[in-house]
Design a binder for this molecule. Sequence first.
Ligand SMILES: Nc1ncnc2c1ncn2[C@@H]1O[C@H](COP(=O)(O)OP(=O)(O)OP(=O)(O)O)[C@@H](O)[C@H]1O
Ligand SMILES: [Mg+2]
Length: 364
Amino acid sequence: MELSPHATVLAGANGQGKTNFLEACYLLCTLRPLRAQRLSELVRFGREQAAVTGRFELPGGVREVEVTVADGRRSARVDGKPVRDPDELFGGLAVVAFTPDDLALVKGGPEGRRRLLDRAVQNRHPAHLADARDYLRALRSRNQLLREGAPEAVHEAFEEPLSRIGARLRLRREQLLDELRGHAARAFAEVARGEEPLQLAYHAAGRDSDGLDADAALRGEDELAGRLLAAFRRRLPRDRERGYTSVGPHADDLSLALGERPARLFASQGQARAVVLAFKIGEIENLRRVHGRAPLLLLDDVSSELDPERNTYLMRYLGELQGQVVLTTTDPNLVAAAAGSGPQSVRAVFHAVREGRIERSEAP
Ligand SMILES: Nc1ncnc2c1ncn2[C@@H]1O[C@H](COP(=O)(O)OP(=O)(O)OP(=O)(O)O)[C@@H](O)[C@H]1O
Ligand SMILES: [Mg+2]
């Protein structure tokens, strides 16, 4: 399947394989699943393994990437040579995905907002994925020890790396928010005219009780790691009772507010969607500033979830972006604007998706 340098539209009825294609693209660029919770869900039912191969035309030349998933693990090769982490994939390939699930993030639990943030961080710092994995491994060990009632000395051995990697993860998230804040606020002001301004903030667990407030992050990685370590120690008795670790970046949240009011509690459905849209546009604009070009965009049936006015805004934005974008839709008319109208018209290639097959088709 060859993607257009501009817009590639995949149109088809429900359940035909549109999202699956985006899932393959996302895995190839990030080594992470897009919507699947586990890598093993990416493998076709009844099969042992899945593989996806892609050719990338990059400023440094053409690269061929292959990602294989088997036994719940992934392995990747670039030009035939094995790589372990996305930072080895040509320093990471920036990709921003936007799915209907994202539109629910504002109102949902903190986990979804952390994922939103971490995906944005990974685009800027591909090493983030490996750190997140190491952190998770250390966290699972600590939780296991908590439930086993292991002695304090054993805990100390795990809390040291946990606090060090934890501080690094949090700092990267906060730096990304600092970069993105202005772009997102501007986009929000345009998407939702007349609303209170969008405010993005990092809300760490233990920010009031354990000295882990915004001030702690300003003092640098060593200081933050020290405070995290102290918090792990202080909370050991309580964490033992509960059987899980109650502080650290896995328990932090991205706070989204309209003016002074938390969007999670007070935003309307339409406002909540505008917040996510603004965050994504903020991310794209930030990557464009850093890399000098737009990231690859994957939009999964977003148009049908946005009201006509916001959809028009998004389509016009995409039309003017001049980046590479793949859009899926059940109704190609909804995305026609991104596909080529107006002065900055984008050359779009249309495809029909049916029963897992993708075929070139005419524009609607
Ligand atoms: N691991 C898997 N193995 C085989 N089939 C799968 C697997 N995961 C999902 N499917 C199926 O693939 C089909 C296509 O799914 P996909 O999500 O790509 O559809 P879609 O075209 O995006 O539909 P919609 O418009 O409803 O979002 C579905 O029937 C889905 O159940
Ligand atoms: Mg779908």
